[in-house]
Design a protein. Structure first.
Length: 642
């Protein structure tokens, strides 16, 4: 009997193209291949996928990035003359160029990663000016969108080649200025001689005398390298009218010399050259840019990082009494440049810290509507996840739709679909659901707080073992931290001690000695259901079950004793306040057993931390008001003395 096989189930010998069997799955036809790879368990596939992504260092999630940003170059001014009926030679009508595009920064709550940003961002260039006094179009502005909680730092560096190039550009500008000064003085002398000769000629013609023709003098010799530098800079600064010879025109030479003088005195951006923002900031003695975007940025008021290049000036700008038809305009200036480092520290109010496979992602799914991947192997979570826990007036909280449903592992295979059957729509699923909708029950929201789930920490994470501990930056902003420990592990106390060591090492590296340890508010002993139901041990029950329950109670007792010792030690060291006790909650996140107790503890912790933040803000505002009143009183005293 022949069995129909889809084309994607053929063996590798039958295929002429390279297809990965693991990327294709049968929809309705049976599997006809007995390939070893297809028969491997899902756990092995997930483990390989996890190892691959770990080697890629989480390429789909980027929380640190270095960017080179450049604002756009300004458009050149136009060189044109007005033409219309009965006006063959009209006035100059070249419009100004368009300004270069600027670069802005916005912290958006809808962005969670930096993976969408390229390595280099450039503002759009401005368009050149046209005739009939038409200005050029402004360059397109670029907006960098980053997650809320991103820290932005400007990086300044001094490369020897860059320093040498800037010195060479400065030297060339000085040579051009020297040559321009000589040519301007020569043109002014010639202009004065021409004016005097013309007056004398007019007088001689009135008296009937013949006046000698105007005598041209030889040009003043200028060093060849300076003259060449002037010609190069002139091409970078000006737009010339076709066939216009302005090398000896006094008005043009005067405008050229003025612009070169401004460039040398740094009163204007170096047009036609790359101007580093670092160079400007060092001259003005400004500090490097540093931004901590803890709140969303209004779309109507983005943060300006770099301004676009200045637009070029059209030839009407240079019209004067001596030169009624200027045949030149200026080019637009290049924008600024900057190198920035972005670091995302988007943490929630409660941060979960634990070993791999301790059940942190399962706990996040049990407390919130977030759906991180869940599986029974280490390093399932490779990137931080965030969720929001919502408490209601009827003592319920957000999470899975059914409060009694257990949380199962995430399938390694995608959902299968058939052409003969269709999935029900969202409205049909809601109609068939037995769980009442939130609108059906009379309840109101009481409290809402965010929770952050991080990848697992392993011993020696500070030595880059496992995934390292760089992702702990996402819990730096958490006001409360909670350890998640696997109670079914061989030694939960040892695991908790390793977590404390790695957290302490990270805090030391970041200059937060004792601060992160002082934020620990509780310990979650997960997977407590593996030791039986939470009740007293019965002598008549199965010996194996009794031994398992006794082992679980022993581990929980040792864990609580260790926590009490840590709490006492930190209070004596001044790391922890006496009222900030560390609570211990045993539960089963997978079966959602005893989760209600954890939610109550977290709610009380969040309320306390919010109250402290509010008191600190009120105290800071009070001190600021006192300083303001003292300054006003001092000012009134000075006025009264006068």
């Amino acid at each position: 009997m022949l069995v129909a096989r889809p084309f994607f189930r053929r063996t590798a010998q039958e295929c002429t193209c390279r297809l990965s069997p693991s990327r294709y799955y049968a929809t309705a036809a049976p599997i006809a291949s007995t390939s070893k790879e297809l028969l491997e368990p899902a756990k092995t596939k997930q483990t390989r996928k996890s190892d691959w992504k770990r080697r890629q260092e989480g390429s789909n999630f980027v929380d640190t990035l270095s960017l080179n940003i450049h604002s756009g170059k300004g458009g050149a001014g136009g060189v044109a003359f007005h033409r219309e009926k009965f006006m063959a030679k009209g006035p100059p009508s070249g419009g100004p160029g368009g300004a270069g595009g600027s670069v802005y920064l916005i912290a958006s709550p809808s962005v969670t990663s930096l993976s969408h940003l390229p390595r280099t961002i450039r503002g759009g260039p401005g368009q050149p000016g046209g005739g009939s006094w038409l200005g050029g179009k402004r360059g397109e502005d670029m907006v960098i969108r980053v997650p809320v909680g991103t820290v932005v730092k400007e990086v300044r560096w001094e490369i020897p080649s860059e320093i040498e190039r800037e010195a060479a550009e400065r030297e060339e500008l000085e040579w051009a200025w020297d040559a321009s000064k000589i040519r301007l003085a020569e043109a002014e002398r010639r202009d004065r001689r021409w004016t005097a000769w013309k007056k004398k000629k007019e007088i001689a013609e009135k008296e009937g005398e013949i006046w000698e023709p105007f005598e041209e003098l030889d040009e003043v010799e200028v060093e060849e390298h300076k003259q060449q530098a002037l010609e190069r800079v002139r091409k970078q600064l000006f737009v010339m009218y076709p066939l216009a010879d302005l090398a000896s025109h006094p008005s043009f030479l005067y405008s050229e010399h003025q612009l070169l003088s401004k460039l040398l005195s740094r009163q204007a951006a170096t047009t036609g050259k790359k101007t580093r923002r670092r160079k400007t900031r060092i001259v003005t003695e400004e500090e490097p840019l540093f931004l901590d975007l803890t709140k969303p940025t209004p779309l109507s008021d983005p943060i300006l990082l770099l301004s676009g290049g200045q637009p070029g000036l059209g030839n009407p700008t240079f019209q004067s009494a001596d030169d009624r038809s200027p045949k030149y305009a200026t080019k637009g200036g290049d924008g600024e440049s900057m190198r920035l480092e972005f670091e995302v520290k988007a943490g929630g109010e409660v941060g979960l810290v634990g070993m791999p496979n301790a059940g942190k992602s399962t706990l996040l799914r049990a407390l919130t509507s977030s759906t991180p991947r869940v599986a029974s192997y280490a390093f399932t979570t490779l990137n931080p996840h965030h969720g929001t826990c919502v408490l209601y007036s009827d003592n319920t909280f957000s999470g899975p739709r059914s409060p009694t449903a257990s949380i199962s592992d995430t399938s390694s295979l995608p959902e299968t679909f058939s052409a003969t059957s269709q999935l029900p729509s969202r409205a049909e699923r809601r109609a068939n659901s037995t769980v009442p909708s939130p609108a059906a029950t009379e309840r109101t929201e009481v409290l809402r707080f965010t929770i952050t789930d991080n990848p697992g920490l392993v011993p020696q994470s500070s030595l880059n073992v496992g995934l390292g501990y760089a992702f702990l930056r996402h819990v730096e902003r958490c006001s409360a931290l909670v350890y998640v420990v696997d109670l079914s592990s061989a030694d939960p106390v040892q695991a908790l001690e390793s977590l404390r060591t790695e957290l302490r090492e990270y805090a030391r590296m970041k200059g937060l000695d004792g601060e992160l340890e002082g934020r620990i508010r509780g310990v979650v002993a997960n997977k407590a259901d593996l030791f039986g139901e939470g009740r007293e041990v019965d002598a008549d029950e199965d010996p194996a079950m009794r031994a398992s329950a006794e082992e679980g109670q022993r581990k929980l007792g040792e864990l609580m004793a260790y926590v009490r010792g840590v709490e006492k030690e930190e209070i004596e060291q001044g790391i922890r306040k006496a009222e900030d006790s560390i609570w211990v909650v045993p539960l089963s996140a997978k079966r959602r057993e005893n989760v209600e107790v954890l939610v109550k503890q977290l709610a009380e912790t969040v309320k306390l931390e919010r109250r402290r933040v509010q008191e600190a803000e009120e105290e800071a505002e009070r001190l600021l008001e006192e300083e303001r009143e003292a300054a006003l009183a001092k000012l009134e005293g000075l006025r009264s003395r006068r």
